[in-house]
Design a protein around this ligand. Sequence first.
Ligand code: PMP
Length: 352
Amino acid sequence: MSNWRDNIRLVEPYVPGEQPDFPDMVKLNTNENPYPPSPKVFKAIKDFDADTLKLYPDPSLHLLVDAIAKNYGIEDNQVFTGIGSDDVLAIAFMTFFNSKKPILFPDITYSFYSVWAKLFKIPYKSPELDKDFMIKAKDYYSDNGGIVIANPNAPTGISQSEDFLIDIIEHNRDVIVIIDEAYVDFCGKSALHLTKRYDNVLVVQTCSKSRSLAGMRIGYAMGNPELIKAMDDVRLSFNSYPMTRLSIAVGKAAMEDADYYKETTKKIIETREWTKKELKRLGFTFGDSETNFIFAVHSSFKAEYIFRKLKEKHIFVRHFNSPRIDNYLRISIGTQEQMQYFITELEKILMK
Ligand code: PMP
């Protein structure tokens, strides 16, 4: 009997939302943006010279890094980019969480955090959110190896105040505090300015949500140059060319059209507020979402039942079979028309 199986690292992977492909579907299950990317992105793809693909891309990602830095009014050496913020976060975990003390993140949050912790053998603890899905600051005062906070949080959609974040950071000046801002543009309260005041804070954002580029896989982290250099060194220790020439060109074009994305984000926020009113009318309750999704529970119908019934109509929302949240549905915000159709069909299900 050979024993090679003993040396395999067995992991339980993160399970992303399904990607069905029906022509008539309404896809509200993975927090994608229903609007197309900026016209500048279309132009960048049209103008892209495929002949250049025979050459490796620029390992410093200079054009993309520079466009991100300009957009946020920071320096190039304060920006790290990766293949979606999943990649950026994974590298941040690998770079900054090397203590024997547990890292801390809430029990209800982006479920990839615990997957990376297990993959990289990082000890972790997940203090419980309170009954309103808020983080209890005191849980984060204990000795730890680092902190990760999604703000606004996913899948709850709720954000913590800046004072709360400052309190957590002030209590944790000896470890890295990662603030995952995947959905921040839908609430407009970024902690980026705190990276100037606190050298141990890393803010992570993505082009997947507010910039309509989930399919292109572009994420980035911003923080003090020492943090960025450490992440670059880890990155360059296993892949010199993290991003394709095409994603560099597309990411740059997206970063250069802030006005377009302000418009589409505004439309999503308006539709979100309309959807909140309709969901309330239909008997749902939820925390006050500041993202492009609503995490809602119904007063009498089970989430699993509604989820299944919607699916029969090719309307896809997300249902997590996890403790404390298994009676909730996470509903991404589509276009106004999509949400009107969703509410009409939902109402029919609840009338039966
Ligand atoms: N952080 C949070 C909180 C998310 O919900 C997601 C999306 N699944 C990500 C990060 C990763 O997004 P992406 O890799 O597309 O940038």
